[in-house]
Design a protein around this ligand. Structure first.
Ligand code: ATP
Ligand code: MG
Length: 450
């Protein structure tokens, strides 16, 4: 079989010739020559060390150092690891450079030497961002350019503790004929950079762009080369950002870091429940609160709804943070099982901060927010709710409730509605099992105008 010499820049699918359309991912005109042989970072073919019993191999103490951000450290599994590579992906403009420039500065302020290598922006642009986030450490060094060998010389000269490459799609080695960002270049550069991190004992952070399909642009193979893959997510209109770990050889992958984009950069959101709650002194119609699982963390989130008599034609339904199809189902359940005639209403539902609620346990909060708005009867502000709603209007169990009950109690809620039978009462909070939507609706307060 001939050696594949072309590869899709999106998914890495190899082919012996340039194909018009990639059979693997369906993209058009995406094949690039992939002729360059990969470098030999592992010294393959040269016996460097004989095999020996695993039990006799001395353990190297995993050398970690803090990124200076509790949220980033949490997702990294306790901080950057020397000799390892982490890939930070995310949509354009989401804040990848900001996150890593801040981390770079904090590492430098803590006494480390940091090299920030950028092929994306000029040094002046990085300096401008640096001023914005208050990066002033003299040990934070910036180099601009796109030549990887040029950067390698800087790394050798300074012996840094942390190297940030912004972004992996802009650097290139001259031996590979294709352009920066192509599969061959990205793979080669990443392989050389990770090998250099292993020998140089520094931690390496690579920034990578994400394609519209959601994978780090260029090669999917990049994810295999690095030790950890983190994705920074968030709506550019909303201020909060979630950093999710999707792969981590040195820590758990369920972790989520929560940040707020401010004028001074990304700030840790230390108490996310408070951030996603818009608690007012008085209960307002159209609001219900649910403890939602974001990564491994339970966070209390406000669900807000507004209903208004539709003018004409098909009523409008808009959902932010809640799945639109799920909303349609819940509206049908309210109409049929609870007798609320919402079918002729425009319905708007949004979560505070636009945080995405992906679990079925958010159903009850959505239904109660809509019902509360429609009936103009507030839902008690001291009560949180969690439960999946079945098509018969029954409240179904949806996973363990203990963490949710605890978080609601911690935030000062006095009561929580949960699917029957529900956990035993949490400390300092009344746990009320409910079997149907009707039962939950009975908790709505009277109209304030009455
Ligand atoms: N003064 C400011 N106040 C608040 N937010 C700001 C301010 N300046 C920039 N931002 C935010 O920072 C974002 C840009 O951050 P950054 O350049 O780190 O993103 P990026 O992911 O590196 O983008 P790219 O993909 O273009 O490299 C903007 O989209 C905006 O949300
Ligand atoms: Mg950037």
């Amino acid at each position: 079989m001939p050696r594949p010499s072309f590869a899709c820049v999106h998914c890495g699918h190899s082919a012996p010739k340039r194909l018009g359309r990639c059979p693997a991912c369906g993209e058009w005109n995406c094949f690039e020559p992939d002729a360059a042989p990969p470098s030999d970072p592992a010294g393959w073919g040269v016996a460097r060390e004989r095999a020996r019993p695993l039990a006799e191999v001395p353990q190297s103490a995993e050398e970690r150092f803090s990124s200076g951000s509790l949220e980033l450290d949490r997702v990294l599994g306790g901080g950057f690891v020397r000799g390892s590579a982490v890939l930070v992906g995310g949509d354009p403009g989401v804040g990848k450079s900001t996150l890593l420039l801040q981390a770079a500065n904090r590492v430098a302020e803590a006494g480390g030497t940091v090299l920030y290598l950028t092929g994306e922006e000029s040094a002046a642009q990085v300096a401008m961002r640096g001023r914005r986030v208050g990066a002033r450490s003299p040990r934070l060094l910036v180099a601009t350019g796109t030549s990887l060998p040029g950067f390698a010389a800087e790394v050798a000269a300074h012996g840094p503790d942390l190297v940030v490459v912004d972004s992996i799609q802009t650097v290139a080695v001259p031996e590979v004929p294709s352009i920066p960002g192509s599969l061959a270049q990205v793979r080669e550069c990443a392989a050389r950079l990770t090998a250099a991190a292993k020998t140089g004992r520094h931690a390496l952070a690579l920034i990578g762009h994400v394609t519209k399909e959601g994978s780090v642009a260029g090669p999917r193979t990049l994810e295999h080369l690095v030790d950890a893959v983190l994705y920074l997510e968030g709506d550019r209109v909303q201020d909060y950002r979630l950093l999710r770990g999707v792969k981590n050889r040195f820590g758990s992958t369920g972790e989520v870091g929560i940040f707020e984009m401010t004028a001074g950069g990304l700030a840790d959101v230390g108490n996310p429940s408070r951030y996603f709650l818009s608690r007012t002194a008085n209960a307002l119609p159209g609001v219900a609160v649910t403890p939602a699982l974001v990564g491994t963390r339970t966070i209390l989130v406000d669900v807000q709804a507004l209903t208004a008599r539709s003018g004409f034609g098909t009523p409008a339904r808009r959902a932010t943070g809640v799945d639109a199809t799920r909303l349609a189902v819940l509206l049908a359940v309210l109409e049929k099982r609870a007798g609320l005639h919402v079918s002729g209403e425009d319905v708007f539902v949004a979560t505070a901060g636009g945080v995405r609620l992906e679990e079925p346990s958010a159903d009850l909060a959505v239904a109660l927010a809509v019902a509360s708005a429609f009936l103009d009867r507030p839902f008690p502000r001291d009560t949180a709710v969690a439960g999946e709603i079945g098509l018969g209007g029954e409240i179904r169990p949806c996973g363990p409730m203990e963490g949710r009950v605890e978080e609601a109690a911690r935030l000062g809620f006095r009561r929580i509605l949960v699917p029957a039978p529900g956990p035993r009462a949490g400390s300092g909070i009344e746990v009320v099992p409910v079997a149907t939507v009707d039962e939950a609706l009975e908790r709505l307060e009277p109209r304030r105008t009455e």
